[in-house]
Design a protein around this ligand. Structure first.
Ligand code: BDP
Length: 324
């Protein structure tokens, strides 16, 4: 934490001189590299802000985990050291109860179903839950669907996963999800996954096409099985401390610009999924598409039983499942 805090503070002072054209430059964190859909979408949001506030507000995106790994940057955003953060909902699970329901395996039937839920009242309700945790939920971004990849062998059924070691995002739900499939989960920061696969500390991980490609994980884990166990939305949040410093007018402009960045992000995402898939296929990755998801879905029962216990979460899950 301390090291990251230092890095963030140094970046802050560097920004103060570099972005002198803007009255306030909001520092936004992203683990992904320059050109990744989430990074570009927040940069586009920044352009909207600058235009709509006549240069009063700008955004600088610190991509490629320059400000640290997600668990730490989330803390820093809660403290107001970082102004904005684009993160998967997964790392929020252990902090904000409501985010757990959208991180449950197979809770969404499709990306379209996820959009319908997140674009409606349930999505708004979950965004509002961030406020009790020193964060302002601004908008949801796409994260496609996540599937397992590994360095050892083609996985064609649940049985093939037995005893294998997979990295998961730092959330108890994902640890239990992997356990319920008969494999072992190792929660670790995204930035450590490449070398951990390379050195054999883990056999693989799980992610969507763009992350599998941009992280280079496909270079060290050449078997990708499209079991699509998770469709976890991503979220753009702002530090409540930073948000509260803005005038009511500027707060409204920030909220609107975030919403307006969503269609930009979705278009970029759809395109990048295809490009990333092609790139890893061209690199010779073995992609297993013929997989029966039914046993995977059935194996998730104990995960739901363990994690969906409060009335609030039960109600949310029921409403998600009832959404078209
Ligand atoms: C990517 C998400 C990113 C997560 C990463 C992970 O966009 O927010 O950090 O997965 O697996 O798909 O940690």
């Amino acid at each position: 934490m301390k090291r990251h805090l230092m890095a963030a503070l140094l970046a802050t002072s560097a920004m103060a001189t570099a972005a002198s054209a803007c009255e306030v430059t909001l520092r936004s964190s992203d683990t992904h590299p320059e050109g990744y859909p989430t990074v570009v979408a927040v940069q586009e949001m920044g352009k909207m802000l600058e235009e709509r506030t006549n240069g009063r507000l700008c955004i600088e995106v610190f991509h490629s985990a320059q400000l640290g790994q997600e668990k730490d940057t989330i803390e820093q955003t809660q403290f107001g050291v970082i102004d904005m953060n684009r993160v998967s909902m997964g790392p929020f699970n252990n902090i904000i109860e409501e985010t757990q329901v959208v991180s449950l395996p197979y809770v969404f039937r499709s990306v379209e179903h996820m959009h319908n839920v997140m674009d409606g009242p349930i999505g708004d309700e979950i965004l509002a839950a961030f406020e009790q945790h020193d964060l302002v939920g601004l908008a949801y971004f796409d994260g496609g669907s996540r599937s397992f990849y590994n360095s050892q062998k083609p996985i064609t059924s649940m049985e093939d996963l037995a005893g294998m070691k997979f990295r998961v995002m730092q959330s108890d739900i994902f640890v239990d999800m992997v356990g319920a499939l008969g494999a072992n989960a190792t929660p670790m920061p995204y930035g450590e996954v490449y070398s951990s696969i390379q050195t054999g500390v883990i056999d693989g991980a799980e992610n969507n096409w763009p992350s599998y490609e941009s992280s280079g994980h496909f270079e060290v884990a050449g078997y990708y099985t499209l079991d699509q166990h998770l469709i976890v939305p991503e979220v753009l949040v702002m530090s409540k401390a930073s948000f509260d410093k803005l005038s009511a007018d500027d707060q409204a402009i920030v909220r609107q610009a975030a919403k307006d960045a969503v269609p930009v992000m979705r278009a970029l995402w759809a395109e990048r999924e295809k490009v990333s898939e092609q790139k890893v296929r061209d690199a010779g990755v073995e992609v297993i598409t013929d997989i029966d998801k039914t046993p995977f879905i059935e194996a998730m029962k104990p995960v739901y039983e363990k994690h969906v216990t409060s009335d609030k979460l039960k109600d949310l899950v029921t409403r998600i499942q009832a959404t078209e």
